[in-house]
Design a protein around this ligand. Structure first.
Ligand SMILES: [Zn+2]
Length: 271
């Protein structure tokens, strides 16, 4: 599933190719995504210039002078920029074609992605309005997490994976951040000290920025019709390593299920 770093990599990969270009038409081959592709999308976008490509959480925002196209990649979506006459394959559901005969093509085999159109402030759109801070924003810090967690009885792992608390901390990033901060994933969120939350917010920022940096090596794939853009592997300390020795102390990594998600931790390094 594309996580925040993959979505940010996608943004950086497509932005230079579509910013400043004017939409000539929109081709919708399959409108049944997670929500139907808005009717009249082509009418709204035709003749509009893409002023910028922004991101909020896992949503991409293609901003024009009259409105914003909001796009989510769901479970299996990917975007690339290809010549408009490139034959579409089975799961290529939507093309946004530009005046220079390049097109932004959405491929989404499982069709959990979504496209919205708004003429209003996209950050106030119902899908985005309730989102917590960006992990790399300075508003995500130890004080914020400490204050937000008071009285919360859920586990720390589920707490940081809640997009109303902070966006973009998926299952892998939550496990890895908690390892770096030395916190057991099953600890109760409301009973963790401010000092530990400071360590955790730094760890989240490190893990997410390293993933975004790793994604930088794949940027050229966004205009390569063979490549699978936006995915990359990272050195993982605990995720998926149950039974294997901790790189820091040699103890066997353990697995526990929290909120139906597999969670991994080192019983010696994490308390
Ligand atoms: Zn360890």
């Amino acid at each position: 599933m594309p996580e925040l770093p993959e979505v940010e990599t996608t943004r950086r990969g497509i932005a230079p190719h579509i910013t400043g270009h004017t939409v000539s038409k929109v081709i919708v081959r399959e409108s049944r995504l997670r929500w139907p592709v808005p009717k009249g999308l082509g009418r709204n976008l035709k003749g509009q210039r893409i002023n910028s490509v922004e991101r909020r959480g896992k949503y991409l925002l293609l901003q024009t002078g009259v409105g914003t196209l909001i796009l989510h990649l769901g479970m299996s979506g990917s975007l690339r920029v290809v010549p408009a006459n490139t034959p579409a394959e089975k799961h290529d559901h939507v093309d946004i074609v530009f005046e220079n005969n390049q097109c932004l093509r959405l491929r989404d085999p499982r069709r959990f992605g979504s496209i919205f159109w708004t003429r209003n402030d996209p950050l106030q759109h119902e899908r985005l309005a309730g989102l917590g801070p960006e992990p790399l924003d300075e508003t995500l810090n130890g004080n914020y997490l400490f204050a937000k967690s008071r009285g919360r009885r859920i586990t720390i792992k589920q707490f940081i994976m809640d997009s109303r608390v902070v966006v973009g901390v998926g299952n892998i990033y939550a496990s890895e951040s908690l390892f770096r901060a030395g916190i057991r994933p099953q600890r109760e969120a409301g009973r963790i000290s401010k000092v530990r939350y400071e360590r955790l917010s730094s760890a989240i920022k490190q893990v997410i920025s390293e993933a975004i940096q790793a994604g930088g090596t794949t940027l050229r794939d966004f205009t390569n019709s063979d490549g699978k853009p936006g995915y990359f592997s990272q050195q993982l300390n605990v995720y998926g390593r149950q039974g294997e020795p901790c790189y820091a102390c040699g103890q066997k990594i353990q697995q526990v299920t929290l909120g139906q998600r597999a969670s991994y931790f080192c019983p010696r390094c994490q308390r």
